[in-house]
Ligand binder design. Structure first.
Ligand code: HAX
Length: 440
């Protein structure tokens, strides 16, 4: 068994035993109270999932295996001191629960290069789709087209013992992550560059290769890619993409299937598609106002108009966070460093000043502050990646790191099929003691 797997399972088995003990010996310990409000407002706040890769604090934001974003910007290996952390290192941290050395990062990077070959029929599937098909749909089609090479399905069909599910899952997860940049960039070139594809460069890191295969060979774009793919990798277990990947995986669907399902959730406008919606909303505003230098008053009027039309202001609000998203802050710092004069960045900065006070006056909105999606698009645009419908694909590439590291842990811990109970309206009405004017 290769070294990383040996090390993983040696440490993980002891932890998995503790999780099993919690289930068997402490299963009756009460950890919360579920109300009708919880169920009918999207189950927010119910602790009902086990995730070990990261944890989200409403005030502080995300911590990956205990480390905040600024801490990891110092602690994770980088190509050079002024660069951004290599996402390979974040994956190692989430999987192994220890900070990687540069050697560890290089091991992961070389493994992903070794496994990165994508079967030709996957490209045929993407080619068969009209180029105007939304890039997220093309991307997921490409992922699903790879299920034929599922190592998990092969092992399951061969009758593998359930205690070894994690092994085939790990192998498939490593294949999948290795192949993802090739599929994503293929979609990009299919959708926007007349199918002129660019071969991978084996000397580049995972993020650098994505930029390269898309057609961007500038070192600053690579740096942005590293930041982007680091920041979007995980946001604990309850968000739609992570929860869906876990849920589908709990039926022992393959990692390809589980990840594809999760990414269809990411493709919704209240989740990862918000990154494209933000740019669309800004461009619509510029067009409607007839200026690319709108004043704060003009922006405020446009925000009020958006709200009066019963629409959301994209990039603002969050189901858990109650402060400015540290992922927004990290991207803002990047912009201040590399593109402070950028016109759209200045609009984004003005929106940041204008939107929270307006949303804050609407009592029902729990969090008026910007989330990760409020900033990502403007960085991509600055470097010429103007096809904003593609932005969620970047998010999907990054999100693979967290949800798939967690899937390996789900299998190590032997988590069972997920199956919460639902009830009909009559049950809730009876529980509430409500005298309903209509019969259910
Ligand atoms: N603009 C207008 N209204 C908003 C709003 C916003 N940015 N954020 C919340 N609201 C509204 C909700 O639509 C809801 O209205 P109703 O009661 O009429 O349904 C009300 O305020 C209460 O919502 P909430 O409890 O504060 O927020 P939720 O947990 O229900 O929703 C969302 C969280 C992120 C979906 C929400 O804030 C939103 O729609 N934001 C805009 C879209 C967005 O940026 N999504 C990306 C989120 C981050 C992410 O997952 N990235 O991938």
């Amino acid at each position: 068994m290769e070294q990383i797997k040996k090390k993983l399972i040696e440490r993980a088995l002891a932890k998995a035993e503790v999780i099993k003990k919690l289930r068997t010996d402490f299963g009756s310990v009460v950890i919360g109270e579920v109300t009708i409000g919880h169920v009918l407002s999207g189950m927010k706040g119910i602790v009902s999932l086990f995730t070990c890769t990261s944890k989200l604090d409403p005030e502080e934001g995300i911590r990956f295996r205990g480390y905040s974003i600024p801490e990891l910007q110092n602690l994770l290996p980088k190509i050079s001191p002024e660069d951004e952390p290599l996402p390979e290192g974040l994956f190692y941290l989430m999987l192994m629960d220890e900070l990687p050395t540069m050697d560890d990062v290089m091991y992961i990077q070389n493994e992903w290069i070794r496994r990165s070959n994508v079967p030709k029929h996957v490209f045929d599937v993407i080619d068969a789709l009209p180029p105007e098909t939304h890039p997220m749909n093309q991307f997921v089609a490409g992922i699903i087209a790879m299920t034929g090479s599922s190592r998990f399905v092969k092992a399951y069909d061969a009758g593998v013992n359930k205690k070894d599910y994690w092994d085939a899952t790990y192998e498939e997860v490593m294949d999948l992550i290795a192949r993802i940049p090739r599929v994503a960039s293929y979609v990009y070139r299919h959708a926007y560059h007349n199918d002129h594809q660019i071969e991978p460069d084996p000397d580049l890191d995972w993020s650098g290769n994505l930029a390269h295969m898309m057609g961007y060979d500038n070192e600053e774009v690579r740096r942005l890619m590293r930041l982007y793919l680091f920041l979007h990798a995980d946001h604990e277990g309850g968000n739609v993409s992570a929860h869906t990947t876990h849920l589908v995986g709990s039926a022992l669907s393959s990692p390809y299937q589980s990840y594809a399902a999760g990414m269809l959730g990411l493709a919704g406008p209240l989740h990862g598609l918000a990154s494209q919606e933000v740019i669309k909303w800004i461009f619509d505003m510029i067009e409607e106002l007839g200026t690319d230098n709108p004043s704060k008053e003009q922006i405020a009027d446009y925000v009020r108009k958006t709200l009066s039309e019963g629409r959301v202001v994209p990039g603002y609000g969050h189901a858990v966070l109650r402060k400015t998203d540290p992922r927004y802050v990290a991207q803002r710092e990047f912009a201040l460093k590399y593109m402070p004069e950028d016109k759209l960045f200045q609009i984004v900065s003005n929106i940041y000043e204008v939107v929270p006070p307006i949303l804050g006056t609407i009592g029902k909105i729990q969090n008026p502050w910007p989330n990760v999606d409020a900033h990502s698009g403007v960085l991509l645009l600055h470097y010429g990646i103007k096809e904003f419908e593609f932005y969620t694909v970047f998010f999907a590439v990054s999100r693979a790191l967290g949800v798939l590291a967690q899937l390996v842990w789900d299998r190590i811990c032997g988590l069972p099929i997920e199956r919460p109970k639902s009830q009909n309206a009559a049950w809730f009405i009876q529980k509430a003691g409500l005298d309903s004017p209509v019969k259910f």
